[in-house]
Design a binder for this molecule. Structure first.
Ligand SMILES: [Zn+2]
Length: 272
């Protein structure tokens, strides 16, 4: 509620408690217990307040004021205790929530340059992923909104843009672990379809007769492989050997990550 007649100097004292999964994003002084006491302007939205503490709004799964869910536009009252909860896997961007009434019509991603390798791996796993290296941040955010894509980035400033409704601040630094992070967060383990998308341009691959591309194959590839795929968009040729080693490594990383996540969950259940 906006305070009528509040002066420019008027402030409210509130306390925000961040869930432990969000604490690593806070400044070092607040990471330990996730508790932040601060003064805010009466007209500040909770979204802006949370983002001023370096947590991009797409990372927030739920906002509670004394246990009551509120939206991003909520304006604090004196001595409010506000809890900020993270996204909980598996995140379903196709189901509306209080924080995200705008739903997506399917699982599609867009990545920026700092997670470009992740983008290629998502495509390798068959997930629709846009990546245009020449787009600036404004255009990346606009494309995410226009095409209903989840924005993946390590750039908090990009994710803080208001136009971004669905997104994730990628935590891992290694591309294969990043892929496991995304598959786990959005529950995509059973949706992976290797050999269905072009890693280079995101086009859908089609089976192609070996006889029609023989002149484009290296001698050893021609000798040892039978099944080939062609990208109709960029004309790149794929065969099982071109993906197999990478996919096996990725699936092994994924398996370990999922196992660790399940173990953590089981321990948490046991303790509570
Ligand atoms: Zn292609």
């Amino acid at each position: 509620m906006k305070l009528i007649g509040a002066s420019a100097h008027e402030t409210l004292h509130i306390t925000i408690r961040f869930h432990r999964h969000l604490r690593p994003l806070l400044c070092p002084a607040h990471r330990q217990d996730g508790l932040v006491d601060l003064k805010v302007k009466p007209w500040a939205s909770i979204k802006d307040v949370v983002e001023s503490l370096q947590v991009p709004h797409p990372e927030v799964g739920q906002l509670l004021v004394y246990g009551r869910p509120v939206g991003f536009s909520y304006q604090a009252h004196e001595e409010d205790l506000i809890e900020v909860l993270p996204l909980v896997p598996p995140v379903d961007p196709c189901t509306p929530s209080l924080l995200r009434p705008e739903v997506l019509t399917g699982i599609r991603f867009i990545v920026d340059a700092n997670v470009a390798r992740l983008g290629a791996l998502l495509r390798m796993a068959g997930l629709d992923t846009a990546y245009l290296p020449n787009l600036n941040d404004t255009n990346i955010a606009a494309m995410a909104e226009r095409e209903g894509r989840i924005l993946l980035s390590r750039d908090r400033g990009l994710l803080k843009r208001k136009i971004v409704t669905h997104g994730h601040l990628v935590r891992s630094q290694q591309p294969e672990v990043q892929l496991a992070e995304i598959v786990h967060l959005y529950g995509l383990k059973d949706l992976l379809q290797p050999f269905s998308r072009c890693m280079q341009c995101n086009g859908l691959l089609a089976l192609v007769e070996k006889s029609t591309i023989l002149d484009r194959l290296e001698p050893l590839t021609r000798k040892y492989y039978k099944t080939f795929y062609l990208c109709p968009s960029c004309d790149k040729i794929y065969w099982s050997g071109s993906h197999k080693e990478g996919m096996n490594r990725i699936l092994a990383t994924l398996k370990n990550t999922m196992k660790n996540a399940e173990t953590r969950h089981a321990l948490k259940e046991h303790k509570s």
